[in-house]
Design a protein around this ligand. Structure first.
Ligand code: THU
Length: 137
């Protein structure tokens, strides 16, 4: 477990905008450049527009030209006796396989360490037909 990264994920949850659920989530992605990219969940009055912390962090890395190499997630007010309430949702797992190596580490606060492949076995990947934008590393 990467305890330091989990600590940063807990801190990222401080900025969560959760007027509807009251359920803050924080995430931190480490990019191939060694930088940390933070995310928190941001809810909308139009509920379906809500974005999860994991996707905010992954897209923050992408928007800076960094390939996400690992991610830590913390549901800071989740129920530690119910691990399902602490795990990344299905939409975020899809975005993990969109942008991360199948063997990349996913650290889930209060639960444990997984790989992207553990969380999304037999996931959907679309081979680029237009050429990938290359990032170093
Ligand atoms: N949420 C996340 O940020 N990540 C997940 O993987 C699961 C759910 C957020 C969305 C919403 O703001 C709140 O948690 C309750 O579902």
């Amino acid at each position: 477990m990467d305890e330091e990264l989990l600590r940063q994920a807990r801190f990222a949850a401080v900025y969560a905008h959760v007027p509807h659920s009251g359920f803050p989530v924080g995430a931190v992605v480490v990019g191939h450049d060694g930088q940390a990219y933070r995310g928190c969940n941001v809810e909308s009055a139009s509920f379906g527009l809500t974005v999860c912390a994991e996707r905010v962090a992954i897209y923050a890395a992408i928007a800076s030209g960094a390939k996400p190499v690992s991610i830590a997630v913390s549901c800071t007010e989740g129920d530690l006796s119910d691990s399902a309430s602490l795990m990344p949702c299905g939409a975020c797992r899809q975005v993990m396989i969109d942008h991360m190596d199948p063997d990349a580490a996913v650290f889930v606060d209060g639960v444990g360490e997984f790989t992207v492949k553990d969380l999304m076995p037999k996931g959907f990947r679309l081979r680029s037909r237009r050429g990938e934008v290359a990032v170093e590393g």
